[in-house]
Design a protein around this ligand. Structure first.
Ligand code: NAD
Ligand code: MG
Length: 399
């Protein structure tokens, strides 16, 4: 399909750009607000959303004065209302209100909710043709072609924030995509790259969420430890860039200096590098097609000295093959993979199953599910619902 998902919509009048942050209380959301604080004249915040951390949402709303603040958890509505009483900020709660926040007129929407919970709000922002700064990879994994069809129908602009995809976006020659041979997604390998199987059996949630290079939310940190994050990113890259699945490689690079690479048919390899600070790729999406100064630490290669690389061990990281197979099978399989992973990670974080059980749950769910085609958002949501229930049963059997 011919489409330009990265079409230039830079504000012509150079005034402040209006921005909505879905998931403002999370790691991506806080990094985005930090950039806005650093360069306040550039942005006008329209809406902020959180889910549980109502106190932080109140603090953010008082500081950034959006028109609307939404809390996903309806039970926290009164707290939000009280916390923002006496201000002009409108308040709302619940799933429908998250979609309303996304629908409210703003030029840029940062999709920073974690998991498929971000799908409906993000699609709502796509449908009104906004610039989508996409961190929420799960929503693209779950709805791939449908998501891209909505982007081309509405004329929305899709800019990746995920550091690997942002790196590729920065060095991909979209005018000569046939000269691209391969994409290489780099992966740190997570905190357990050298752990034995015995050690992995005993991994606790607090060990798993401590990522060696990046400071991220709990779910993506566990995904990094199992390398399912890279599996989801493989699927994300397939949808974002005009390449086939077999043109995308994964390479372990423990220092997280090279954020990803594009190999061209003349033998050139272009990489984007930087310190591991999400404010760099976020700022690139917020300023695109320009750049602005960020407070991120500068890269000092002489201090780092050495960069290392190795192929991922498929036995050690079965998540990579599971994700690649799901992508090759297509249809509902990426949605199934994502739902099983979300449930398994949640069970692990709540100490219901062990670290190695995460992959057992996903493998079992994938094995027993027959593929189908999902044509509509409602079919994606119901597939997600059914698979979640089944994944919970399988996880329960393991406890
Ligand atoms: P996080 O857990 O720190 O924040 C998640 C945000 O989503 C919070 O604001 C939370 O309130 C909101 N949220 C959670 N469940 C919700 C629900 N049911 N309904 C509505 N809102 C809900 O996560 P994060 O690390 O900021 O990651 C957010 C997304 O960005 C994920 O998809 C992740 O894969 C992606 N991402 C994150 C990083 C990073 O460095 N943190 C890097 C690349 C991609
Ligand atoms: Mg990433």
């Amino acid at each position: 399909m011919e489409m330009n998902i990265f079409e230039n919509k830079e504000n012509a009048n150079n005034g402040p750009r209006s921005i909505t942050i879905l998931g403002s209380t999370g790691s991506i959301g806080c990094s985005t607000l930090d950039l806005i604080k650093f360069t306040p004249k550039r942005f006008e915040v329209v809406a902020l959303t959180g889910n549980e951390n109502v106190n932080l949402l109140i603090k953010q709303a008082i500081a950034f004065k959006p028109k609307l603040a939404v809390i996903g958890n309806e039970k926290l509505f009164n707290e939000l209302k009280e916390g923002l009483s006496g201000t002009k900020i409108m308040v709302a709660a619940g799933k429908a209100a998250l979609v309303e926040a996304a629908e409210m007129g703003s030029e840029i929407v940062v999709a920073g909710i974690v998991g498929i919970a971000g799908l409906l709000p993000t699609i709502a922002a796509v449908k009104r043709g906004a610039i989508i700064a996409l961190a929420n990879k799960e929503c693209l994994v779950c709805s791939g072609t449908l998501f891209l069809n909505e982007v081309s129908r509405s004329g929305a602009t899709l800019l990746p924030i995920d550091s690997e995809h942002n790196a590729i976006f920065q060095v991909f020659d979209f005018n000569n995509s046939s000269s691209v041979d391969r994409l290489t997604l780099t992966a740190s390998g997570g905190p357990f790259i050298r752990s034995s199987r015995e050690e992995l059996l005993k991994v606790t949630p607090s060990q798993a969420v401590k990522h060696p290079n990046w400071d991220m939310g709990a779910k993506i940190s566990v995904d990094s430890a199992t390398m399912m994050n890279k599996g989801l990113e493989l699927i994300e890259a397939y949808y974002l860039f005009p390449v086939e699945e077999n043109q995308i490689d994964i390479l372990i690079h423990p220092q997280s200096v090279i954020h990803s690479m594009v190999s061209y048919n003349d033998g050139s390899v272009l990489a984007q590098m930087g310190t591991p600070d999400m404010r760099i790729p976020i700022s690139y999406a917020l300023a695109w097609p320009n750049r602005f100064r960020t407070p991120a630490e500068r890269l000092d290669l002489s201090e780092i000295g050495e960069l290392n690389f190795q192929k991922p061990n498929p036995k050690r990281f079965p998540a990579l093959a599971l994700a690649r197979d799901a992508l090759k099978m297509g249809g509902a399989m990426p949605t199934v993979l994502n739902a099983a992973n979300e449930v398994a990670v949640d069970c692990f974080l709540n100490e219901k199953i062990g670290f190695l059980d995460i992959m057992r749950v996903i493998e079992e769910v994938l094995d027993e599910t027959s593929n189908s085609t999902l044509h509509q958002l409602s079919e994606i949501s119901s597939c997600d619902y059914t698979i979640r229930k089944r994944a919970q049963e399988i996880a329960f059997e393991l406890t």
